[in-house]
Write a protein that binds this ligand. Structure first.
Ligand SMILES: C[S@@+](CC[C@H](N)C(=O)[O-])C[C@H]1O[C@@H](n2cnc3c(N)ncnc32)[C@H](O)[C@@H]1O
Length: 399
């Protein structure tokens, strides 16, 4: 079931107008993710309602409700325990979180398009009226594997055939990301229809309810292992197991899985990157460097990682070469100019180092005003090194 919906560029007139409209609302979504939700709420398939799990201060709610509002398609049900206060802090009392949410929705002129449901999101799902089908479900509540599992299992039966389910923080939060991977791997009938930053959207098949999903990450590991009993060289499963073991700090097991995957994979760069991370955590810096040096086409980020390993080994000239290579790809990265300044300074080329730091600050002046940004730390380090030399000069002069 391919996606028949096209999300216009966020840089277009509509996207920019909506970003401006919601600019005062605190939230944890990228604008491009909000705009994608808006487009699916506005033009997506189905006749049912929109349900959101995890509304917090109402940022994603606004995007969804604005989509429903403009196409006059019915309300958004916002489910949350509303223990979410100012500055994303947990508040023990929903009497704090609810007014903050209501204030947002009212200020944005969306009160008629939003209905709150207060409580545990999975509980609300289990008591949802089966007659009220859902055309768009957005899951952004408890991000753990089991939390996302409970939400998905409680709500998916209420999503109408062909309806859409959105997951947030895929690729950035391990729990929900692993669940999402399992969902797609064990249910080939379910297809991803869109991805925008960390937002992923799937569509419920038109026929057949059944979904197989392991209820815990331990069960997921057991299921993947059973697949390997039949197909020991399944690169996808070996990679998934490597990733789960890495996230769980089971580093020897992660190393074993990644090495098995590397032995049979055709595209190896991503696997070398993951294995390097495992080896770095194990303290095997030389082996980790070896992984990066095996890569065919390392990305800028991978070259930065390699440079970090050279710094750990005290090989500042090699780190410098990596950072200079990265700057040929992305000359305007303040982070890389900073790090280059750091390794150049460590080699005693102070004027050059200062030029690099200056470059970083010009590229990102806002970060420099923070007391603990990288530039400040490195400059203080440099000052410490120079002070040390001055102290030694003074000591000699006093002799
Ligand atoms: C990451 S925030 C949601 C961010 C929001 N979508 C936005 O656009 O800013 C997660 C929210 O889920 C809520 N939450 C977490 N677990 C929950 C649960 N089991 N039941 C209900 N709400 C939950 C939290 O109170 C919090 O408000």
């Amino acid at each position: 079931m391919p996606s028949e919906l096209v999300v216009p560029s966020i840089h277009g007139e509509e996207g920019q107008r909506l970003i401006q409209r919601f600019s005062s609302v605190p939230g944890l979504l990228q604008p491009v993710e909000g705009y994608t939700l808006y487009c699916w709420a506005k033009d997506g398939p189905g006749k049912g309602v929109v349900v959101e799990l995890g509304s917090a201060r109402g940022y994603s709610t606004c995007w969804l409700a604005a989509g429903s509002q403009i196409s006059q398609r019915g309300k958004v049900f916002a489910c949350d325990s509303f223990h979410y206060g100012e500055n994303a802090c947990f508040v023990s009392d929903e009497a704090v979180g609810i007014p903050l949410f209501q204030d947002t929705v009212q200020r944005m002129g969306l009160s008629d398009w939003v209905e709150m449901r207060v409580g545990d999101s999975a509980e609300i799902g289990r008591s949802w009226q089966p007659s009220q089908s859902i055309r768009l479900l957005f899951i952004d509540a408890d991000h753990s594997y089991t939390g996302t599992y409970s939400d998905f299992m409680a709500w998916f039966p209420h999503v109408e055939p062909g309806g859409v389910v959105g997951f947030h923080d895929i690729g950035t939060n391990p729990g929900c990301s692993q669940l999402y991977s399992c969902l797609l791997y064990f249910n080939p009938q379910i297809q991803e229809v869109m991805a925008a930053s960390s937002l992923r959207l799937i569509r419920k098949p038109l026929e057949g309810e059944g979904v197989f999903l392991p209820p815990s990450i331990e069960e997921a590991v057991a299921c993947y292992r059973r697949v390997l009993d039949d197909r020991p060289s399944d690169v996808e499963v070996l990679t998934r197991l490597g990733q789960i073991h890495l996230e769980q700090q089971q580093l020897d097991e992660a190393e074993r899985r990644y090495r098995s995957a590397l032995a049979v994979a055709s595209a190896k760069d991503g696997l070398y990157d993951s294995l390097a991370e495992v080896l770095r955590r194990q303290g095997k810096v030389a082996e980790a460097i070896d992984c990066y040096n095996h890569m065919v086409n390392p990305t800028a980020q991978q070259s930065v990682n390699l440079a970090g390993l050279y710094v750990a080994q005290g090989k500042h000239d090699q780190a410098e070469a990596c950072y200079r290579h990265v700057l040929t790809l992305t000359a305007s990265s303040p982070v890389v100019w900073n790090r280059l300044g750091f390794v150049v300074g460590l080699q005693g080329r102070i004027d050059e180092a200062l030029q690099c730091f200056q470059r970083a600050v010009v590229l990102q002046p806002a970060a420099f005003s923070k007391s603990l940004d990288e530039t400040t730390i490195y400059l203080n380090h440099l000052r410490g090194m120079l002070q040390d030399k001055i102290n030694r000069i003074d000591a000699i002069l006093k002799m």
